[in-house]
Design a protein around this ligand. Structure first.
Ligand SMILES: Nc1nc2c(c(=O)[nH]1)N[C@H]1C(S)=C(S)[C@@H](COP(=O)(O)O)O[C@H]1N2
Ligand SMILES: [Mo]
Length: 311
């Protein structure tokens, strides 16, 4: 976020358009896009990977745009705990143990609880949700997440009337993670109505399989109408609060990263315009859409708010 400008993306990230077209056509023909597609990307017969595949149901909330390359989604990452270079997380995140893993849900709730991750995997039907991901750095991807609505988890703990916000605290282990850059642990926050929105996903997988560690295993947030950094990885605590929680990037540079961080082509970041973006795998820039293209579903959450002030 600090170091890389969109122009820094190495040419190796760029896949010829013809490859995308072929893949898209293949997916369209195969009908069961994801299963067949994943086998193609891995260059292995589907059966050889069957044991690691998650059972999913498709979602009407998915975009029909062509997926980004699996290698880009799992190899071009921001997970600063494991290094600030895009290739660092894939290199270093293997040091993180993701079993056993407990997620505490606490704060202003009627029934605070600790959930074992394997319990969470059975909490609700796992959906495949193909979402656009827009990073504030100016690149974007189309990612087939696997997960369930955060609302399903919050319902279990019965939020109190006084709860207005949700804070997410992520795993931090100084023995295997970076000590400088941010004030660890990485934290993020949403307003409760944003957290309960059906688009807000807790992801446990990607490309039909459990999340690779660099993508935030075993559990990460995905909020598709906000910049990528709102989607906290490797969550250990979810806390309902009355006051707006501090967030890691806002503490680091308040004038650059606000609490809301909605994708908004009209509000520029002090160092980068947000008007356009480059889809990883493409050369051209495309216009960035208001709320990352999810305006129809989420604009009502911000009615009457000055989005230049509440950026
Ligand atoms: N814990 C943690 N979560 C994080 C980050 C991070 O550095 N640490 N980076 C964020 C940023 S800036 C982006 S763009 C997305 C990237 O997710 P991806 O690597 O799965 O594409 O993760 C977000 N979640
Ligand atoms: Mo990002």
């Amino acid at each position: 976020m600090l170091i890389h400008k969109p122009a820094d993306v190495p040419p190796s990230e760029i896949t010829p358009r013809s490859l995308f077209e072929r893949r898209r056509n293949f997916l369209a023909r195969s009908g069961t896009g994801l299963v067949a597609g994943a086998a193609l990307w891995h260059g292995l017969p589907g059966a050889a990977r069957a044991s690691t595949r998650l059972q999913t149901v498709p979602s009407a909330l998915s975009t029909t745009e062509p997926l980004s390359e699996r290698d880009a989604v799992t190899g071009y990452n921001n997970f600063y705990e494991f290094g600030t270079d895009k290739a660092d997380p894939a290199r270093n995140a293997h040091k993180m143990e993701v079993r056993p893993w407990t997620v505490r849900v606490e704060g202003l709730v009627g029934k605070p609880r600790r959930f074992d991750i394997d319990e969470l995997l059975r909490l609700a039907p796992l959906e495949e949700r193909i979402y656009r991901l827009r990073c504030v750095e100016g690149w974007s991807m189309v990612v087939p997440w696997v997960g369930f609505p955060l609302a399903a988890l919050l319902k279990e703990v019965e939020p109190l009337g006084s709860a207005k916000y949700v804070e997410f605290v992520t795993h931090y282990d100084p023995k295997i993670m970076i000590r400088d850059v941010l004030d660890w642990p990485y934290t993020e926050g949403l307003r409760l109505d944003e957290a309960l929105h059906p688009l807000t996903l807790l992801a446990v997988g990607v490309y039909g399989e459990a999340l690779p560690k660099q993508n935030g295993a075993p559990l990460r947030l995905v909020v598709p109408w906000k910049y990528g950094f709102k989607s906290a990885k490797s969550i250990v605590t979810i806390r309902l609060t009355e006051k707006e929680p501090a967030t890691a990037w806002n503490k680091f540079a308040p004038q650059e990263y606000g609490f809301y961080s909605n994708v908004n082509p009209e509000v520029r970041h002090p160092r980068w315009s947000q008007a356009t973006e480059r889809r990883i795998g493409e050369l051209r820039k495309r216009p960035t859409q208001m709320f990352n293209g999810y305006a129809e579903q989420v604009a009502s959450l911000y009615q009457g708010m000055d989005l230049k002030k509440f950026y």
